[in-house]
Each structure stands twice: as C-alpha cells, then as structure tokens.
Design a protein around this ligand. Structure first.
Ligand code: SF4
Length: 329
C-alpha cells in the first residue's frame, strides 16, 4: 500500500494505483479527463487534461517532479504529495489544454447534440479562457455515416482514442481507427466501412464530444428536455442495465448509465440501445440521479414515478439540486 496526499487529503491506496484513480477515491474534485476511461484498457495519456503537480515524489526521494505529469498515467509512490486544484500552475496548464483542444474544435454548441453532456463543454466552462490565440482556419470534414446508426462528425473530434479502444476491445472485427498522424489524423472506418457489431454503439457513449452521435436521437431534442430513468431488461447479450431518456411518455433514446466521472457503468448492446424504445420492453426502476458536476445536472428534476401516465397530472417533481442541498444540511 502507498500513502499519498492529494490537495491536502491523505489516502492509502494499493501500489500501482494511478494518481487519478487515487484522487477519485477522495470525496472531492478529481482531475478532469477527456481521454482516460477506466473501463477501457490502455486509455489515457493523450489529452493532458488531467495534469497535476507532484510537489514531493516519495518518502525515499522527496524532490518535486520537474514538470507537471499526466495523473492518469503516473502511479502513486509512498509519501507522494500531489497538487491538483490547489496549484495555480496546474490551473493555468489546464487553461492552455482547453485552448489547445479548442484549436480545431468548432464552437457549435448551440446546434450540437452533445451540448449539455459534453466533457469538453464542461472543461471549457471550468478552465477555459474567454479568448483563443489561434488565427488559422480550423480543419473541417464532411459528416459521414459509421454504420447504420452512428454519425461521425470528424470536425468535432479531439482524437481521444476512446472509440478506437471500444472498437478494439468490445467488437470482434475492428474496422475503425485513426488514420494518418499529426494534424492530419482522423478517425475513420477503412473506406468508410460500416461498423456492424453488437457493441459498436458504445462508441457514442464514450465519445467526450459530439463527434459520434446516435442517428436515432440526433436533432430530436436538447438533452435537458428529456428525463432520464434507470431501467433494466433480461438481455442475453449485455447486462441490460440502461438509462431511458423520456420526453413525455416516449422513450427518445437509450444509453448506458453514466457515473459521476461521465463513464458508463456497463457497456450495453445495440439491441438494447436502438431496438428497445418502448416502456413495455423495460422494467423501469427510478429517476436517474445525475451526480455529475455538469451542465446537465443544472435544473435536473428527479421524477417520483416513471412516466407511464401523462406526466403533468401524475408526477410530483423535485428539483434535484435542491435535494442535494438538503442532504448536505
Ligand atoms: S470520435 Fe469521439 S471518441 Fe473517437 S477519438 Fe474522436 S473525440 Fe474521441
């Protein structure tokens, strides 16, 4: 075991744990992530959003590390001291990372389906600068279909590689990856070959921005106008534990259930995601709690009952943030 202090909180974790995972065990702010995804092996190390300052390397070697380090890839050492939110240097670096990520990313949040649940939007809101120094033309791409149900808008991609890891680790025959290198890198299926695999829809859930979107939900509703409910069904292919997004009595989309780090708890199959859009297909549990510190948690209402009946007459609504405030008291 190693004892590590992160932003003044002492925690003991097994040897080999990364600084990021140790920080997530503390009840506070963990470094933001755009590419790391705990359920995908070898993810992380691309975006630099999770940079932290190691002010003391270890008990054996108390010198600070010379540069900021990526917390998702750096294991803790016994006696290590880390600064994340408490270091002005780290905050400044994150500001630079946002500016860098936004260099080629279009500012099209008003028309982007990911708005309201976009990791980059949240990161920019928390750490971004009001102005960009980038003066050159942004690179743009045509939108293409990746399979029958997924739209790729490469212009928005930040090359986090999460979808590539999904293709690699969850599907049988990978036909999807990053082509080229440097500023001409792009996500592509080889000669735009369709991704026909039972778990390919998970690429949509892991994409931190609006580069990969669900064609069955695209432009149907802003995400803050749909009400999430946890539900399950007996599925032979996946756990069948999903989140249903209702507008009135209609299921507008089905996604995996996301935790407070924005990661799905379990990957779901395409049948659950695309083909089961009736309440009768599911055992609806309860209104989903959005723990995430994000735009989507603002004004999120916890519905007391699933919308089997017309909402306005039968459902008592309680503002979610209000409940949290009450709990804290
Ligand atoms: S398409 Fe989305 S998930 Fe894939 S690399 Fe780009 S930003 Fe990441």
């Amino acid at each position: 075991m190693a004892k590590v202090t992160i932003d003044g909180h002492l925690i003991e974790v097994p040897d080999g744990t990364t600084i990021l995972e140790a920080a997530r065990k503390i009840d506070g702010e963990a470094p933001p992530t755009m590419c790391y995804y705990s359920k995908l092996k070898t993810s992380g190390g691309y975006c630099r959003s999770c940079l932290v300052k190691v002010s003391k390397d270890s008990e054996k070697d108390p010198r600070p590390m010379p540069k900021l380090v990526a917390s998702c890839r750096t294991p803790v050492m016994d006696g290590m001291e880390v600064q994340s939110t408490t270091s002005p240097e780290v905050i400044e670096a994150r500001k630079g990372i946002v500016e860098f990520l936004l260099m080629n990313h279009p500012l099209d949040c008003p028309i982007c389906d990911q708005a309201g649940e976009c990791d980059l939007q949240d990161l920019a809101y928390e750490h971004g600068a009001a102005k960009s120094r980038y003066e050159f033309e942004r690179r743009t791409f045509e939108k293409i279909d990746i399979g029958e149900k997924i739209k790729l808008h490469m212009t928005r991609c930040i090359l986090c590689y999460r979808c590539v890891k999904v293709a690699d680790q969850l599907t049988d025959h990978r036909v999807h990856g990053v082509l080229n290198r440097g500023d001409v890198s792009e996500i592509s299926t080889y000669i735009q070959k369709a991704v026909e695999n039972e778990f390919s829809g998970n690429m949509i859930d892991v994409c931190p921005v609006g580069a990969l979107t669900d064609k069955t939900f695209r432009f149907k509703s802003r995400v803050w106008y749909v009400d999430p409910f946890d539900a399950h069904r007996d599925c032979p292919k996946c756990s069948g534990k999903v989140r249903l997004w209702y507008k009135g009595e209609e299921v507008y989309r089905v996604t995996g259930r996301k935790d407070k780090w924005g990661e799905v708890e379990e990957f779901i199959c395409n049948e659950c995601r695309y083909d089961k859009k009736k309440t009768a297909d599911w055992v609806v549990e309860e209104s989903s709690k959005i723990d995430r510190h994000s735009v989507i948690s603002q004004n999120h209402y916890v519905l007391k009952e699933p919308p089997h009946k017309p909402l306005l007459n039968s459902v008592e609504v309680v503002p979610h943030n209000y409940q949290l405030e009450e709990k804290k008291k």
